[in-house]
Design a binder for this molecule. Structure first.
Ligand SMILES: NC(=O)c1ccc[n+]([C@@H]2O[C@H](COP(=O)([O-])OP(=O)(O)OC[C@H]3O[C@@H](n4cnc5c(N)ncnc54)[C@H](OP(=O)(O)O)[C@@H]3O)[C@@H](O)[C@H]2O)c1
Length: 252
């Protein structure tokens, strides 16, 4: 896949799946804007690893409406055009109904939906307006296997990703006439800070047992699917949700 001449913005591009995606796009010739929230040290480390010149960091909190607008404006100011938006940044807050009080429960729902659903929705709006004015583009949303199989101790997370899938499909239909193609990638557990931090050793053991591969996904394997959906030949795959879960959860 060749992305020479394409400008890509990746939310949460400093660590985990976003980092692997940034590295892959840069290797394929793209100009990469890495958005992150607070860990500047990690973001700089990732930036230094990118192949080629001209890549840049964009520190904005995508949960804030002001920052969403500032992020897209800043990106356009730097690169002139946005070809590909990857809505990757996401959070996962445990809120088991047996363990949390009502305040913690409702806060977990609000924060999760703010970052995992409303931010991609607003960034997609802002990006699509730019893409319409320049003749087209690609939006790839990083969803989760949890959207399909349920997240018993993090129901807001599962709900946010199911809604993200629905949003991808609705926008794929609405934006096709503008040559804007929208897709989603739904990873299973992936070796990242999020994957590692949110699991107890027992949960990790159980998850590995579910996998016929007996392992988690590597971030690079998720990045590969993101690049496919963003590639030139994938226009007719608009609306697709690609599973990257090592056959651990098969849906019909
Ligand atoms: N890991 C898994 O097992 C797994 C499985 C299925 C789906 N996913 C999805 O894949 C995506 C990436 O997950 P990951 O595991 O790679 O995550 P991660 O390792 O926890 O990294 C999260 C990234 O998102 C950024 N971020 C978080 N909140 C942000 C905000 N409000 N504004 C801007 N940036 C923000 C972080 O920046 P800072 O470092 O500055 O905070 C970091 O770059 C998420 O949408 C997640 O739901 C992950």
């Amino acid at each position: 896949m060749n992305f020479t001449g394409k400008n890509v913005l990746i939310t949460g591009g400093s660590r985990g799946i976003g980092k692997a995606t940034a590295l892959a796009f840069a290797k394929a010739g793209a100009m990469v804007g890495i958005n992150y929230k607070s860990n500047t040290e990690k973001a700089k480390e990732t930036l230094d690893l990118l192949k080629g010149e001209g890549h840049k960091l964009f520190q904005y909190n995508i949960s804030s409406r002001e920052d969403q607008q500032a992020l897209i404006q800043d990106f356009i100011k730097v690169y002139g055009k946005l070809d590909i938006l990857v809505n990757n940044a996401g959070i996962s807050i445990p809120h088991d109904i047996d363990d949390v009080d009502f305040d913690d429960w409702s806060r977990a729902w609000e924060q999760t939906l703010q970052t995992n659903l409303l931010a991609p929705a607003n960034l997609s709006y802002l990006a699509a307006k730019e893409m319409i004015s320049t003749g087209g583009g690609r939006i790839v949303n990083v969803s989760s296997r949890g959207a399909f199989r349920g997240e018993p101790t993090k129901p807001a997370y599962g709900a946010s990703k199911a809604a993200l899938n629905a949003m991808s499909q609705s926008l794929a239909k609405r934006l096709a006439p503008y040559q804007i193609y929208v897709g989603a990638v739904a990873p299973g557990f992936t070796e990242t800070d999020m994957g590692a931090k949110t699991l107890t050793p027992v949960e990790r053991e159980n998850l590995l047992r579910e996998s016929p591969f007996k392992r988690m996904a590597q971030p690079e394997e998720v990045a590969h699917a993101v690049l496919f959906l963003a590639s030139e030949g994938a226009a007719y795959s608009s609306g697709a949700i690609i599973d990257v879960n090592g056959a651990s959860y098969l849906r019909s």
